[in-house]
Design a protein around this ligand. Structure first.
Ligand code: NAD
Length: 352
């Protein structure tokens, strides 16, 4: 259903999209089968398509389905539908897709998923008032405001205005501080999803040397905190790090969250490392020469005119790593799944 309503101040219109109600009796989705390799008997797919020795693939889609199944089961136990509101301001096409997908996934899993869309002209004061209203709405357990916001709105002020109890993105300074202190909190979804992927391999994190490339507030820094909380020895690298490849080569667990296509080459990887690729970079034909060695990506580029690349040179690194995430199908599916998980956790805590 789509309804247009005046904001309380009467200055701008917003549109509310609400999904069809799912009955409380809705069954949880079926748990995804986790693949086991024939030769190892362990979880993960062993990629032998390009050479004799190859990393096992961490199947993000399967792990995300497992989390979604946990979410549906938790909702069935709760006996009510936790409410998630995704707020978008303006018409950024990427944000449009992200927000729609988040609200849709929420409804699929049995949450009350609502998409709130405001015009680009919305003022900062109006958005802050809307966040305050959502904070006080008892039917809402999770609030996320899709970034980036239009330039005239200070996104920090908006994030700071979200109640930490409903901060399912984990971006509020209180959530960040709690995470840094190693205390229980709603952790940012992408790095929390990475932890689940590593745990799924069955490999220990405790005592390992983890190198995180990237120090953003939404991925790199919380990633480092989460690994540290699990007793990894953590090194954070960034654009000013000297001899990046040499530092990365020390890693037992290497997390690339850079936003630079195939920057992480075989030189960066110690044999046997677990390699997690957070990067999502869409490139065009200017990259044809750089990906000529990767027949799958080269074919996709030729066919579609563009191709999605990670930060890791997958075709070369998979011959060295013990485990690796593909792009797409690795970290990507985890972010929305962890958002749903955070919303259920927020609902459980708020209403305990
Ligand atoms: P960002 O631009 O905020 O941060 C990038 C970080 O990489 C910075 O800390 C910077 O210092 C570092 N960096 C840049 N160039 C470097 C270089 N040459 N050498 C070493 N470090 C360098 O990006 P972000 O928001 O953290 O996202 C990183 C990547 O992860 C992007 O590709 C983004 O699309 C992707 N991402 C994916 C998901 C997902 O769900 N899969 C979620 C968030 C981000």
């Amino acid at each position: 259903m789509v309804t247009g309503t005046k904001l309380p101040h009467g200055t701008a219109r917003f549109y509310r999209l609400r999904g069809t109600r799912i009955p409380k009796s809705a069954k949880p989705v079926a748990s995804a089968g986790i693949p086991a390799t024939e030769h190892t008997g362990r979880r993960g797919l062993c990629d032998t398509s390009n050479g004799p020795m190859s990393a096992r693939i961490i199947d993000g889609k399967a792990v995300a389905q497992q989390i979604e199944s946990e979410v549906s089961s938790a909702i069935a136990t709760l006996g009510f539908r936790p409410g998630l509101v995704a707020v978008r301001v303006g018409n950024d096409p990427a944000s449009e897709i992200y927000v729609r997908n988040k609200a849709k996934k929420a409804r699929e899993l049995g949450l009350e998923g609502t998409e709130l869309v405001f015009p680009e002209t919305m003022s900062e004061a109006e958005l802050l008032a809307e966040v305050a209203r959502l904070n006080h709405d008892d039917g809402i357990d999770g609030i996320l405001v899709q970034l980036p916001l239009p330039k005239h709105i200070d996104s920090r002020k908006v994030i700071d205005a979200i109640s930490p109890a409903k901060d399912v993105d984990g971006f509020h300074p209180i959530s960040v501080g709690m995470l840094h202190l190693g205390r229980s909190t709603l952790a940012p979804c992408t790095p929390a999803g990475v932890i689940r992927l590593i745990e799924w391999t069955g490999e220990a994190i405790d005592g390992k040397h983890a190198v995180v490339i990237g120090r953003s507030d939404i991925v790199g820094k919380p990633m480092a905190s989460l690994l540290l909380a699990r007793n990894a020895t953590v090194t954070i690298c960034h654009s000013k790090t000297r001899d990046l490849a040499a530092v990365a080569r020390q890693a037992d667990i290497l997390v690339a969250a850079i936003g630079r296509p195939i920057l992480v080459t075989a030189d960066f990887v110690k044999p046997g490392a677990i390699v997690i690729d957070v990067g999502m970079n869409r490139v065009g034909s200017e990259f044809a020469a750089q990906i000529a060695h990767d027949s799958d990506k080269a074919r996709l580029l030729e066919k579609n005119g563009s191709v999605l690349l990670g930060d890791v040179d997958y075709a070369r690194v998979r011959d060295l790593a013990s485990w690796i995430t593909p792009v797409p199908g690795g970290v990507g599916p985890m972010t929305i799944a962890m958002l749903m998980k955070n919303t259920v956790t927020a609902a459980e805590r708020r209403r305990a």
